[in-house]
Design a protein around this ligand. Structure first.
Ligand SMILES: [Zn+2]
Ligand SMILES: [Zn+2]
Length: 484
């Protein structure tokens, strides 16, 4: 069953907290360890259940083309070629039979590995080496045992209840065979693979799609048989034999890939979870830092409406990292949205600095207006910040607030090195913004007299010249080109 993230509707959930009954997506859980399938609930810190990709797996009946392409990858083709061609050239004696048996064993092992591999979310076939190395060759014996036991079941039914019960038992065995193969591949246990309860449970959990798959299996088996029949009847024996073997192996791989995919698709219902592995393999899930966890927490709490909680988190974060621009920005946005004047006042120096860094003149004007409404005598106490804010206001053509901010600068911050930039800005605002050239000239004259030590002092003559000609006050650069 598909669940959406509680906080991101439309995004499929990857985690579920049984305690809080909340579903989370990957964006909510940046710190989750998908490989180990471990994550703690952001609300209650309890371990959560991994839902895997079940929620976004394409149903198998929508990707039939991909199933048919499956055997035609290098690895399965090599396995099939070795296992069907080598026996043809093998000597017709005991050694030949042994070779034939070993290769059949390898092919058998490979096909069962396809189920596991697919069920774990790998949509590409397993490597060649899987067929010829490692343990798991006993799968042949296990599968034979399963067949024997199933035969025994049918036989027992015949003995106990006559032909009707035998037919029922036979029908069940035939119907449950794919389920039994899936269970055997996943659990490697004969007992589990023949336990009727187990098989019935698996079939009922998957539901109708199981029977749909069953239909495909029958069709494929028929097609495979017909193709092999055709090969045997129309080609000489030495071509027909490997060709039939090749067809048989390819169809088996397709069938087993389908079985594995069914497990993958219904992983949640079947009680295990895996995610599509092919593209996330390289991603280092451990490198997700605490910052993204913090951001996800803020996002969740905002959506839950826990604004006080978010305020607390941001303030706490700013205690640890005073000038973190991301947190200052978040705090500014939240306090502005809530019109929390008290907090806006408390954090206004850092917020104004952040706004000035972003050249957000409108934001500065808004914040200053709010603060001045709350406290008519409000003034920015830092001379440098005052000038930076005024410049942002000026850049956004907010001339009145800029002038108001710089009012009486020389009285409030006497002998400050910011005096020249401050009043130059006033002059520019008056001249360029409000066309008040006389007033602008007065300010320029004032700084020419009072700021002799400032490195920009030399430029004042140029500015005064521009003001006299009622040109925009642009500074020396523009003037040089005019003078030349
Ligand atoms: Zn989410
Ligand atoms: Zn929880």
């Amino acid at each position: 069953m598909k669940h959406d993230c509680h906080y991101h509707p439309g995004e499929s959930a990857k985690w579920h907290c049984g305690e809080c009954q909340i579903h989370y997506c990957n964006r909510c859980m940046p710190d989750a360890d998908t490989r180990q399938r471990r994550a703690l609930c952001p609300h209650c810190s309890k371990a959560m259940r991994y839902l895997g990709a079940a929620t976004e797996v394409i149903p198998f009946w929508q990707r039939l083309g991909a199933f048919f392409r499956y055997p035609f990858h290098t690895d399965p083709l090599i396995v099939i070629a070795i296992c069907t061609l080598v026996p043809v050239v093998a000597p017709a004696n005991l050694i030949g039979i042994v070779i034939w048996l070993l290769l059949a064993l390898a092919l058998f092992k490979y096909t069962y590995a396809v189920i596991n591999h697919t069920a774990e979310g790998h949509l590409k076939p397993p490597a060649v080496s899987v067929a010829f190395t490692g343990s798991g060759f006993n799968i042949v014996v296990l599968q034979l045992l399963v067949f024997v036991l199933m035969g025994g079941l049918v036989g027992t039914a015949a003995m106990l209840g006559g032909s009707i019960l035998m037919l029922l038992a036979l029908a069940f065995v035939v119907l449950a065979l794919p389920a039994s193969i899936m269970v055997l591949a996943m659990e490697r246990s004969v007992g589990a693979a023949v336990n009727p309860m187990n098989l019935a449970l698996l079939i009922s959990r998957i539901g109708t799609p199981y029977f749909l798959l069953y239909g495909y299996l029958i069709l494929l088996t028929l097609a495979s048989g017909a193709a092999q029949d055709f090969a045997v009847n129309h080609f000489p024996m030495w071509v027909a034999q490997p060709l039939a073997g090749f067809l048989n192996s390819t169809f088996t791989l397709i069938l087993f890939h389908m079985l594995g995919y069914l497990l993958f698709q219904y992983q949640e219902e079947l009680g295990f979870a895996s995610d599509i592995q092919d593209d996330i393999a390289d991603q280092d899930t451990h490198q997700r830092d605490r910052t993204s966890r913090f951001d996800a927490d803020i996002d969740m709490n905002l959506k839950d409406g826990n604004y006080d909680r978010v305020m607390g988190m941001l303030k706490e974060a700013l205690k640890r990292d005073r000038d973190n621009p991301v947190r200052i920005g978040q705090l500014y946005q939240l306090t502005t949205a809530r019109q929390d004047v008290e907090e806006l006042y408390r954090y206004h120096p850092r917020m104004l600095g952040w706004l000035a860094d972003h050249n957000d003149g409108e934001g500065i004007a808004g914040l200053l207006k709010t603060l001045q409404q709350a406290e008519p005598d409000f003034k920015v106490e830092d001379p440098e910040l005052t000038v930076r804010c005024a410049r942002s206001l000026y850049n956004k053509n907010l001339f009145k607030p800029a002038l108001r901010l710089l009012q009486d600068f020389h009285k409030r911050f006497p002998d400050n090195e910011q005096l020249l930039p401050a009043y130059l800005l006033v002059a520019q605002t008056l001249a360029n913004g409000l066309s008040q050239w006389e007033k602008a000239t007065a300010y320029l004259t004032f700084i020419q007299k009072n700021c002799e030590s400032h490195p920009q002092h030399d430029q004042m003559t140029t500015y005064l010249e521009q003001a006299r000609n009622k040109e925009p006050l642009k500074g020396p650069k523009a003037t040089f080109s005019v003078q030349d």
